[in-house]
Design a protein around this ligand. Sequence first.
Ligand SMILES: *Cc1c(COP(=O)(O)O)cnc(C)c1O
Length: 399
Amino acid sequence: MTKTTKETRRKNNSRTRFVHAGRRPSDQYGFVNTPVYRGSTVLFESAEAFQSLDQPYTYGTKGTPTTRALEEAWSEIAGAELSVATSSGLAAIALALMTAAKAGDHVLAADSAYQPTRIFCDGVLKRFGVETEYYDPRIGAGISGLIRQNTSAVVAESPGSLSMEIQDVPAIAKAAAERGVCVILDNTWATPLFFPAHEHGVDISVEAGTKYLSGHADLLMGLVSANKAWAKRLRATYDAFAMCPGGDDAYLALRGLRTMELRMREQQGAGLALAKWLEEREEVSRMLHPALPSHPDHALWNRDFRGAAGLFSVILKPTPKEAVSAFLNRLELFGIGYSWGGYESLVIPFDCSRSRTATEWKAEGPGLRFSVGLEDVADLQADLEAGFAAMKNAASSGR
Ligand SMILES: *Cc1c(COP(=O)(O)O)cnc(C)c1O
């Protein structure tokens, strides 16, 4: 049986931590994994115990051994004071914002943020009297010029959804800390493995566990982690909403966690190999992959990140819509669908031009976003090659 103290675990490198975090075999007869607890009611031994609520578990929404194992594991991996699990990544973002903002406040959000984050800000937050202002994701320390008396949070996402801008999170965090503003980061792409958010000054970090933590396209999950300053407020807000995942989903997240480091390293390598290959293709105008030297924010990525996810975007040279459709339809290994981070490769077409308000999205051709799975890279390359042939065919027959 593994007997690791908190101290030895902290010293372990990240691979070991992903394997051992949050596990307590001695609490479950030696079985390696924390089992699924499904439960609403928790019984109390006596009237006195009921009145004092003095036991580890009191009601399903307050946590079960399964959800707590996940939260403890995530805190350890994220270097956080506290983590809570939510029923989706978007629920995690909503929770982080509801933790930091109140009526009358002003929130700054990156113009490149995940689209549903914008919808939440412009809809629900606005309805509750919180104004959201969008900022250029490349603003860095310049964020201080936008901070007002009533600014309560800066929302960052690095790299940005679809468009992949890397943000200078340490500079933003420094400016925000000077003015007592909470920094919220959507860290779904890098995860704590490749970007230790709290070390870089982030107060509340959000992860869509639906992506790399799940890794198998069978789970919706969110995690919110907080540093010391924000842990209490996060806990209180979470308890008020009770947006808790079920035991089965918490179990799947824990199962995904054990291989997450391995999968991410593999997908990093495969993603880079494909991105480099794509960069040489005549159909491609430019790559949006921060680990490539051609990326405008490559130096920033190099300074702050410990690795790259297998998710990147491509801007094609001007290509008719039907030819892009022919490319997508011809692919056999890359599925067309939302989400990413699973074992199977995915692709979607995108255009950010209608979702920007603080910056202008300029693209000379259609955008494609690829999530590289765990297939053989040569097979994926052959699939794309066939797609490009179909694209060429459709373009010439449409002329
Ligand atoms: C997918 C995603 C989310 C939301 O996760 P869901 O579990 O699908 O709600 C949040 N942020 C980013 C960057 C994402 O890609």
